[in-house]
Each structure stands twice: as structure tokens, then as C-alpha cells.
Design a protein around this ligand. Structure first.
Ligand SMILES: Nc1ncnc2c1ncn2[C@@H]1O[C@H](COP(=O)(O)OP(=O)(O)O)[C@@H](O)[C@H]1O
Ligand SMILES: [Mg+2]
Length: 336
């Protein structure tokens, strides 16, 4: 299978103007931020490939370089065999893109009008556009609301319309930047099913996400990205398999996370720990621990937590997830 996307030592450095007084101003008063730090990977035709990483990891910057919205600082990227810098027009023609947080459809038009407008923009002859639009509306379950203004749509419907727009010109490759972010669980599930169905028509999908379950459920292969670097790349099953000799433990503990990580890291059987305040407002915190095997270490772990003045409310040994792979590699949780 030929590669649909090939990225080689890709780097993006942003220049930022230093805030006056806060940072010493050297030279021209700018400082640099390395958003993407020399990443390489290729996506095979027909594959659903995920770029999984926390906020700020460099996912969107990578997608923007691929769809020619940003110019790489160095390195190369090819889409359908075309260089993103030298053959930008051909690259754009091979791509359908859905970016996050951007209004990729017009709220003052109906769903159907949006698709007709973009079909004209992409120079799709109207004889072809009409059935194509009807088919996409049907597929995205928007037919019943196709003649309503988009401003009345739910977030899930807007995102499905954005996907329909990206599919209009039947591009071989789709770039989806955090496709389900901000959607309620039901809308996210519906969208995931639609993305999954793209695989069956042989389309190549490169998506980004910070939801490990999404990467796990949808992707043939996942590249885990952190601080602009790829720290692991494999199928979800193989990534989890890499933790086979280890066990993942979840604990719910009374109080704040203070001191918990250090106390647990001091145990020889503990490989990595992430402690987070629960976001349900219960005043508890959640611990995710990777151990070299839970046998014999449960007592000492609970003891170590108690010594910090916390009480263990819940304790569970679980199957490692991609989140545990991330914690094991970086020592922090994906949600940070
Ligand atoms: N236009 C920009 N100018 C300066 N810094 C930027 C710009 N865009 C992104 N960044 C920075 O680059 C890093 C990576 O951002 P981004 O690619 O958006 O990450 P992600 O999509 O994984 O959350 C972040 O530190 C972000 O603040
Ligand atoms: Mg992003």
C-alpha cells in the first residue's frame, strides 16, 4: 500500500514576542517556542491513523502544516505524494479537512445551502453536486433538518455538516482535528461511528485527539505525541501490550493530590504515578498508578497513601489503557 501521508523530521518553531519586563529581552525581543519538534511518521492508504496527545502537544500545528495553513520551519511532509510547500494546490485537492473550534460552515445558511455553496467553490458540476449533497445529508443524518439554518443545529449536527463539507469533493485523505471535542457523549459516539464507516470506503483518515478511548476505538495505529515529539507509535493493542508485565491501578483518595505522587513513587514496585483532583467536585482525587505487578504491593501502597494523611476510598486493579501507556512514558496523565 502506498503511503498517503509521509512526514519526515517535521518541525515548527513559533516566534513569540516576549512580554515586557517578565522575560529578559535578548536580541530582537522574541523568544521561540518549538511546537513540533522533528516528528516522522507515515500513514498508509486506507488507514485510520491517530495523533494522540495532551493539549499543547503540537497536534493542531501538525495538521495545519499538512493542510498548508502553516509552513514548516524544517523537515518535509507529503500528502498523496505531493510536497506541502512546493505543491500546495495539489495537496489541498487531495484533502478534506475538519479543524476544531473553527466555523467551517456558515451559520446563516441552511445545511443544504452550505453544501451547495462549497460544492460550487470546489467547482463540482451541479449535476454531480445535487445527488452528492443529498447522499451526504442522508449519511450524516441531516436530511430532516437540511433546510434549517445551521445556527439552530446542535454542536453534533454542526460537526457532522463540517464532515459532509470535507467529504464533498470525495478527497482520498481526511484530516480531522479533535473531531469530537465539545460534543456530548451521544453526539461524539455518532460521529465516531461515521468516522469508522469511512474506513470501509478506503479513505485514509488522520485524526488528532486527546481522548485515549477515541484513539483506541477508531485507529489502526496511534502515534503518541507529547511536547512536539512522538514518544510511541504502534497499534493500540501493541501499545497496551507493551505494558503487559505491568499493572494499572486506580485509587480514589480523600483530599488533595499534595504529596501523593512522591509518596507512591518512593515505592520500588511503582513505575509511575499521576494524581489529579477529581473534577466532580467531591473533594477527592484520583490516582493512576503503573506498577511492575500488583502482587504484594497493594498493602504498602495503601500504607504509603495513609502516611500522607489521606484515606483510600476506592482501589481497583484494571486493564492498562492507552492513558496508562502515556503515563508510563511521560509520568503524567493525558488530561493535564
Ligand atoms: N500561532 C502560534 N503562535 C505561537 N505559538 C503557537 C501558535 N499556535 C500554537 N502555538 C503553541 O504551540 C504549541 C502546540 O500547540 P497546538 O499544536 O495547538 O497543540 P495541540 O493541538 O496538541 O493542543 C502550544 O504551546 C501552543 O501554545
Ligand atoms: Mg489542537
Amino acid at each position: 500500500m502506498p503511503a498517503s501521508v509521509e512526514i519526515e523530521s517535521l518541525r515548527k518553531v513559533f516566534q513569540r514576542r516576549a512580554k515586557r519586563g517578565l522575560l529578559s529581552r535578548r536580541g530582537n525581543g522574541t523568544r521561540t517556542l518549538v511546537a513540533v519538534d522533528g516528528i516522522s511518521f507515515s500513514v498508509t492508504a486506507g488507514e485510520v491513523f491517530g495523533l494522540l496527545g495532551p493539549n499543547g502537544a503540537g497536534k493542531t500545528t501538525t495538521i495545519k502544516m499538512l493542510c498548508t495553513l502553516l509552513t514548516p520551519t524544517s523537515g518535509t511532509a507529503r500528502v498523496a505524494g505531493h510536497d506541502v510547500v512546493k505543491e500546495a494546490t495539489k495537496v489541498r485537492a487531495a484533502l478534506g479537512t475538519v479543524m476544531t473550534g473553527e466555523r467551517s460552515v456558515y451559520w446563516k445558511l441552511t445545511g443544504r445551502e452550505n453544501l451547495a455553496y462549497f460544492a460550487a467553490l470546489y467547482r463540482i458540476p451541479s449535476r454531480q453536486a445535487r445527488p452528492r449533497i443529498a447522499e451526504l445529508l442522508e449519511r450524516m443524518e441531516l436530511t430532516a433538518r437540511a433546510n434549517e439554518l445551521v445556527e439552530k443545529y446542535s454542536s453534533g449536527m454542526k460537526q457532522r455538516l463540517a464532515l459532509a463539507r470535507a467529504l464533498l469533493a470525495a478527497p482520498p485523505i481526511l484530516l480531522l482535528d479533535e473531531p469530537t471535542v465539545g460534543l456530548d457523549p451521544q453526539a461524539a459516539r455518532a460521529l465516531r461511528e461515521l468516522i469508522g464507516s469511512l474506513r470501509h470506503e478506503g479513505r485514509t483518515v488522520l485524526l488528532t485527539t486527546h481522548y485515549m478511548a477515541e484513539a483506541d476505538a477508531l485507529c489502526d495505529r496511534v502515534a503518541i505525541i507529547d511536547r512536539g515529539r512522538i514518544i510511541a507509535l504502534d497499534s493500540p493493542a501493541s501499545l497496551k501490550q507493551s505494558l503487559k508485565a505491568k499493572e494499572a491501578i486506580r485509587m480514589e483518595v480523600q483530599g488533595s493530590p499534595n504529596g501523593l505522587e512522591d509518596a507512591l513513587r518512593a515505592l520500588t514496585t511503582v513505575e509511575s504515578v499521576s494524581a489529579k483532583q477529581s473534577d466532580n467536585g467531591s473533594g477527592t482525587c484520583e490516582l493512576q498508578v503503573i506498577t511492575l505487578g500488583s502482587r504484594g504491593c497493594i498493602g504498602p501502597m495503601i500504607e504509603a497513601v495513609r502516611r500522607t494523611g489521606h484515606e483510600v476510598l476506592h482501589f481497583q486493579v484494571v486493564q492498562p489503557t492507552l492513558e496508562d501507556v502515556f503515563i508510563s512514558l511521560t509520568g503524567k496523565s493525558l488530561r493535564e
